[in-house]
Design a protein around this ligand. Structure first.
Ligand SMILES: *Cc1c(COP(=O)(O)O)cnc(C)c1O
Length: 382
């Protein structure tokens, strides 16, 4: 079977995890801050807060930005459900901004129109969560300009994006946002098995997120309300969670970070081969913006004949090629229909969804397997 995505683990990764297993700390040891430091150095962000998943990172990012009941959070309908669920965890209301049908990314023009309407209705969002689908950066300059004009905060869901850049800056550096989040699920660019991180350039957002990550509890004498009673003493300041990353996971993430650039290079090389060899087929590839380098989490195509999508999907699967579809629009999920969303709410997202197919892409994809994917796809489209 040729999967659509897969981790690549080397001996260094294995040795790093084993080293932690035989050390004093399985969790709350030195590997988590070391991993956070390495993420900061890589992305250029000043602060990083490592957690047990990107979902947790999205949740504490919303909490740190003060998202609560009565607030609106807007995201893209073409994403994993976690990008929207985080707002609901905080008791806020969720709404979506339609996508550009060529990229599947949030459309800045649609955003502007929706903001103009929301301003008249007094329903402006507190936080916007653009999602870098496939690792292709959204048009962050346009989004940041609107954020200044309308006063909302921005969380970049860069779950697909570590290793990519936009206008010469690494994703996660928060040049156009308040907080960025990455996922280290095995299917993503680098992995810590389960894990995520939130990056920011704000000391206060970083310390709030660190608080929410671990029960809302602090041992920092500088922010304690009462005098320190001794080394056992801690204070709970917020209702937090146990979203901590363990040292085992951090060690794997840290070791994987050493290979990140190679992974991204290989993903781009394989993507170029798809670009070239799919060029004559009746499909259009989903491409990154010209002024960005994509981490290339997913290689996505749009079929010109949407009626063929299901049969191509089934045929490819029957040949052992695990093509996929990213994503069924969030607003059409049964849970979201119960919140009042309905078919026709975001027509570009719904149309994009009908057209798309994700082809296998991962650094360990060997050329003969990729050639098999392309030849099977070509014969399906013949
Ligand atoms: C994978 C993913 C998430 C959630 O990541 P986890 O680490 O599994 O919680 C969130 N948003 C997007 C866009 C994702 O692809």
């Amino acid at each position: 079977m040729i999967p659509y995505g897969k981790q690549l683990i080397n001996q260094d990764d294995i040795d790093s995890v084993i080293e932690v297993l035989t050390s004093d700390y399985l969790t709350q040891g030195p590997k988590v801050p070391a991993f956070e430091q390495a993420v900061c150095e890589y992305t250029g962000a000043q602060y990083a807060v490592a957690v047990n998943s990107a979902t947790s990172a999205l949740h504490i990012a919303c909490l740190a930005l003060g998202v609560e009941k009565g607030d609106y959070v807007w995201t893209s309908p073409i994403t994993f459900v976690a990008s929207a669920n985080c707002a609901l965890y905080c008791g806020a209301m969720i709404d979506f901004v339609d996508v550009d049908v060529a990229t599947g990314n949030m459309c800045p023009n649609m955003l502007r129109t929706k903001l103009e309407e929301a301003k008249l209705q007094g329903r402006l969002p507190k936080v916007l969560i653009p999602v870098h689908l496939c690792g292709h950066s959204c048009d962050m300059a346009a989004i940041a300009a609107l954020s200044n004009e309308y006063g909302f905060k921005v969380i970049e869901d860069a779950s697909h994006g570590i290793g990519g850049s936009y206008l010469g800056n690494k994703l996660g550096g928060c040049h156009y946002s308040d907080i960025s989040i990455f996922s280290f699920h095995p299917v993503k660019i680098i992995t810590s098995a389960e894990g995520g991180v939130a990056t920011t350039n704000s000391a206060s957002l970083a310390s709030k997120m660190a608080l929410y990550r671990s029960h809302g509890v602090t041992k920092n004498p500088q922010i304690m309300h009462r005098p320190d009673e001794g080394d056992w003493y801690y204070e709970q300041h917020e209702l937090g969670f146990n979203y901590r990353m363990s040292d085992l996971h951090a060690a794997l993430g840290l070791s994987q970070l050493n290979q990140l650039d190679q992974f991204v290079t290989e993903r781009n090389r394989l993507s170029k081969i798809y670009d070239k060899q799919c060029n004559d087929l009746p499909l259009t590839s989903v491409n990154p913006l010209s002024d960005s380098i994509s981490a290339r989490h997913l290689y996505m195509i749009r079929l010109h004949n949407v009626k063929l999508r299901r049969s191509i999907f089934d045929m490819m699967r029957s040949k052992g090629i695990q093509v996929h579809v990213h994503y069924f629009p969030v607003h059409l999920q049964p849970y979201y229909l119960r919140l009042g969303f309905k078919e026709g709410d975001y027509v570009n997202a719904e149309s994009f969804y009908q057209q798309i197919l994700t082809l296998p892409l991962y650094p360990a994809l060997v050329d003969i397997d990729q050639q098999k994917v392309i030849s099977e796809l070509s014969s399906c489209l013949d």
